[in-house]
Design a protein around this ligand. Structure first.
Ligand code: FEO
Length: 165
């Protein structure tokens, strides 16, 4: 049995994970249009991962007898200036999500809700991995550089990551 604040916070996270999925899917469309197939494939895989994160939360909430609520998902941006801008935004977004997971964890700990603390551990580890992956991608972009054929090699390097976490 979850407390009301816990249910509200988990539902908020359901909404955020749905937004994350839409954000990365929309970014993949930008990459496709720019002919950046490697980036598009990677971002689509990220979008699917985010949907999985949403479903885990959704299931956890209904399994406790509470009602999962998806709510209104805001529209993600559609325009980007460069590959580095896209991945900087992904990195910033993931840091924001990590903060939200930490808030959820703080609440679960404060309420001595051991089941939710245990459930959230997976997200803590996942956020660590995602931030690390995005940091690696930003390093690659910086090292290769976006001038001349750099974007081609960046796209190839990101495509090679596939759905890597
Ligand atoms: Fe589900 Fe990338 O946070």
């Amino acid at each position: 049995m979850l407390s009301r604040p816990m249910v509200e916070s988990l539902n908020n996270q359901i909404q955020l994970e749905s937004y994350s999925s839409n954000l990365y899917l929309q970014m993949s469309a930008w990459a496709e249009i720019k002919g950046l197939e490697g980036c598009a494939t990677f971002l689509r895989a990220q979008a699917q991962d985010e949907m999985t994160h949403m479903h885990r939360l959704f299931k956890y909430v209904y399994e406790t007898g509470a009602l999962p609520v998806i709510g209104t998902i805001k529209a993600p941006p559609t325009k980007y200036k460069s590959v580095s801008e896209v991945f900087k935004q992904v990195y910033e977004h993931e840091k924001f999500i990590t903060g939200k997971i930490n808030e959820l964890m703080n609440l679960a700990i404060a309420e001595q809700d051991h089941s939710t603390v245990n459930f959230l551990q997976w997200y803590v580890a996942e956020q660590h991995e995602e931030e690390h992956t995005m940091q690696k991608i930003l390093d690659k972009i910086k090292n290769i550089g976006e001038t001349g054929s750099g974007v081609f090699f960046i796209d190839r390097a990101i495509g090679a990551l596939g759905g890597e976490k």
